[in-house]
Design a protein around this ligand. Structure first.
Ligand SMILES: *[C@@H]1O[C@H](CO)[C@@H](O)[C@H](O)[C@H]1NC(C)=O
Length: 191
């Protein structure tokens, strides 16, 4: 192989090697944010095996070995949003079922309301993370996270009183996802 040939052969390799060794940051965009592996982030953020496993699962599609924790916080928020969307749809279907007793349908309507609020709240979180505005003094992001947890718990508390509601298990998962998102946010210094 000629020198020039070797150069053009090696150039893409160098490029991919830079990608693999994540010298090119994939998504993480905020300055002065610590970087770590998914395992390290989940260990640091969570205190129980249940939450650790949920964390690993929520971050399963993160491909780079090490990332800024702002990325993990954002993925955590997006996982919660996707799950809220599924649950809200399920609540809407249940509310629309005329064979269900009125009080059950009222509970599902109230869940749809709770999830609309929780979705708006988590959208605010995601916007703050994308904009690197997680430590603004005037805007207590920790309080926003906690409001979101309370909104999801609102639905859980309604369906808990129903006999064997299919929404109960979902509301428990969503509550844990809301808490996980908050725990991941705390890696950024959110209180
Ligand atoms: C509506 O609720 C009834 C009673 O729980 C159930 O048997 C039926 O499958 C439901 N229909 C739909 C479309 O989900």
């Amino acid at each position: 192989m000629t020198m020039a040939g070797a150069f053009f052969f090696l150039l893409p390799l160098a490029f991919f090697s830079a990608l693999i060794h994540h010298r090119i940051p994939p998504v993480s965009a905020c300055p002065n944010v610590p970087s770590m592996t998914v395992e390290a982030a989940c260990e640091k953020a969570t205190g129980t095996l249940l939450m650790y496993e949920l964390c690993k699962d929520a971050l399963r599609d993160v491909t780079y070995p090490s990332n800024g924790v702002d990325l993990y916080a954002l993925v955590g928020a997006k996982r919660a949003l996707a799950s809220y969307d599924d649950t809200a749809r399920a609540a809407g279907t249940l509310r629309g079922n005329a064979s269900l007793p009125g009080d059950e349908r009222d509970a599902y309507a109230s869940c749809e309301e709770s999830y609309r609020a929780a979705t708006d709240t988590m959208d605010r979180v995601a916007a703050a993370l994308v904009g690197c505005r997680f430590l603004d003094d005037g805007d207590d992001l920790g309080q926003v996270y906690r409001d979101g947890v309370a909104q999801v718990e609102g639905c859980r508390d309604r369906v808990m009183k129903l006999p064997a509601s299919p929404l109960y298990a979902r509301s428990l998962v969503d509550r844990n996802l809301a808490v996980l998102a908050y725990f991941l946010g705390k890696l950024l210094g959110v209180q």
